[in-house]
Design a protein around this ligand. Structure first.
Ligand code: MCA
Ligand code: AMP
Length: 504
């Protein structure tokens, strides 16, 4: 029986009594412990009627049990659908209506709200809290601790990850067993992960970075994770001396640099710091190497593709670049209008092709056709160039996207909501610089004739509908929005005019 991802990530360590998870408080779970628990969850989920190919959605706090459910889904052939814990019931309703999961696993504290939101559906709801307790773990506790992995081939789906779109509608990126395994194998080799490593893991596990990059690489290597519930600076500083590697978004690194306890000594046991999900400023890179002697390794990826490029492990890690295309990944720079490949050094659209590139968007063939070419190249929406030594530089984004603390926020989603609120004629949402998050959200609104929009009411409406990290940090009422001759709002002018609007 073949199960591509199970065989590639888990099978080799099925009997390993070496640590996989070092938990806060000192508890250690070995690779075997986690697999046994995963088998119990797989049995419990199968007993609830889920079949291979069914979606299993999960919106829970970061916990070892959440990772065990991920492993259970790989084993059972269920399509794992992790959801940001910040999503509101309105956001969750959209996802579940779009992909009709068999089961939604949520925190017990949200059960009632979500049950109401799902009352029109036949989706089952089970619970799991941050300490691993809930109706699902009760079922798992009574289930057998062996499970025969379901047959799954390279192209079978392993996960569905929602990513917002420029149209404001989120799209479910379909990632296959082959996609996830190929990327984990490549990164493990490239970044030299072995069974000796202990990765400091402070990222959320509902996005590609914390789940597929960080966790899958450690599974592949048979290594261990120092498992932190989130990025707490004190906890990270306390744990660093026990670790050998860390992966983070740029905010992690600027926050560490802001703390005098973060010294060369503290980082002396580390062999590798990796950054991604958002641009790492060259000045952060330089300050980091001056402080610690370590050169942060920056890489670049997307939910749809997992990782595409990386700075080298051995060669020069060049600040302000994302390194070279990964082995097996083709990367080219094209004319955004015509799609023709541009000459070396020119700025254009970054397109990528390889075993890492996803299978398309769930139930959205037209969207898939717009972004995934017939020859397999995926149009990333990121603008870049390749320098004379082959390093890829990301110089901007064609897609209208804000990245705040590593979370993607699509202005269109917020604008659509604001435009429908009382007294609002139109709105424009832009990202403005923020020292901690890189960018933060600012909304500009134009009032309908004779109306005086109530900004507090608008703020409340946004809060009721959208995850906290998407909320505008300020809503400013303006007379009109700047437009070009085609009538398009000139967001570059707004970003420039309001670049200090959030400075306290
Ligand atoms: C929290 N808040 C945020 C963010 N995070 N607001 C905007 N942007 C954010 N990223 C809200 C909180 O709800 C809180 O609201 C207020 O901001 C301040 O919270 P704070 O305690 O400072 O935040 P935190 O809890 O420390 O979180 C910051 C964080 C976190 C550690 C940077 O956002 C994080 O872990 N980011 C990583 C995201 C990530 O994994 N991205 C990968 C996507 P209030 O107090 O007002 O209620 S995958 C990807 O992009 C691709 C594939 C790739 O290349 O990796
Ligand atoms: P997501 O939709 O969450 O997968 O985010 C993918 C986007 O994050 C990419 O299209 C880029 O715009 C951005 N991104 C990821 N890594 C980097 C990086 N190292 N530098 C700049 N942008 C990045």
């Amino acid at each position: 029986m073949t199960n591509i991802l199970f065989d590639g990530l888990f099978a080799a360590h099925a009997d390993a009594t070496t640590p996989f998870l070092h938990l806060p408080g000192g508890e250690v779970r070995t690779h075997t412990d986690v697999l046994r628990a995963a088998a119990r969850y797989a049995n419990a989920i199968a007993a609830l009627g889920a079949q291979p190919g069914d979606r299993v959605a999960l919106q829970v706090e970061k916990s070892p049990e959440a990772l065990e459910v991920y492993a259970a889904c790989v084993m059972g052939g269920f399509v794992f659908l992790p959801l940001n814990t910040a999503y509101t019931a309105a956001e969750i309703s959209y996802f579940v209506a779009d992909c009709a999961p068999h089961l939604l696993i949520c925190d017990p504290a949200r059960r009632e709200t979500l049950a109401t939101a799902l009352s029109e559906t036949d989706i089952r709801l089970e619970t799991l809290d941050a300490s691993g307790q809930g109706s699902l773990s009760d079922l798992a506790a009574a289930a057998p601790e062996t499970f025969t992995p379901a047959e799954r081939g390279t192209d079978d789906l392993a996960a569905l990850l929602y990513t917002s779109g420029t149209t404001g509608r989120s799209k479910g990126a379909m990632l296959s067993h082959g996609n996830l395994l190929s990327n984990a194998e490549t990164l493990t080799r490239l970044w030299r992960f072995t069974g000796e490593d202990r990765l400091l893991h402070a990222l959320p596990i509902f996005h590609s970075h914390g789940l597929f990059v960080a966790t899958n690489v450690i599974l592949k290597a048979g290594a261990a994770i120092e498992f932190l519930p989130g990025f707490d600076r004190d906890a990270v500083i306390e744990a660093l001396p026990r670790c050998t590697a860390m992966m983070g978004v740029p905010t992690f690194y600027t926050r560490l640099l802001g703390d005098p306890r973060f010294t060369r000594d503290l980082a002396s046991h580390m062999r590798l710091f990796i950054s991604g999900s958002a641009p790492l400023l060259a000045e952060t890179h330089d300050a980091f190497s001056e402080r610690t002697g370590h050169r942060i390794l920056e890489r670049y990826g997307l939910t749809e593709t997992s990782m595409n490029t990386s700075n080298p492990y051995d060669g020069e890690r060049r600040p302000g670049t994302v390194g070279f295309a990964l082995p097996g990944v083709d990367l080219k720079i094209t004319d955004p209008e015509s799609g023709a490949t541009l000459e070396q050094g020119a700025i254009g659209m970054i397109e990528v092709r390889g075993p890492n590139v996803f299978k398309g968007y769930w139930n959205m063939p037209e969207k898939t056709a717009e972004e995934l070419r017939a020859d397999g190249f995926f149009i990333t929406g990121d603008l870049g160039r390749i320098d004379a030594e082959g390093y890829v530089h990301i110089v901007g984004r064609q897609k209208d996207l804000i990245i705040s603390g590593g979370y993607n926020i699509y202005p269109k989603e917020i604008e659509t909501l604001l435009d429908g609120l009382p007294g609002v004629l139109e709105s424009a949402v832009v990202g403005v610089p923020n020292a901690d998050f890189g960018e933060s959200v600012l909304a500009l609104i134009v009032a309908k004739d004779g109306c005086q929009p109530d900004v507090d009411l608008l703020t409340h409406s946004v809060a009721a509908n959208l995850a906290r990290f998407k909320h505008p940090r300020r809503i400013v009422v303006v007379d009109e929005l700047p437009r070009n001759t085609m009538g398009k709002v000139q967001k570059n002018i707004l970003r420039d005019t309001y670049k200090t609007a959030l400075d306290a």
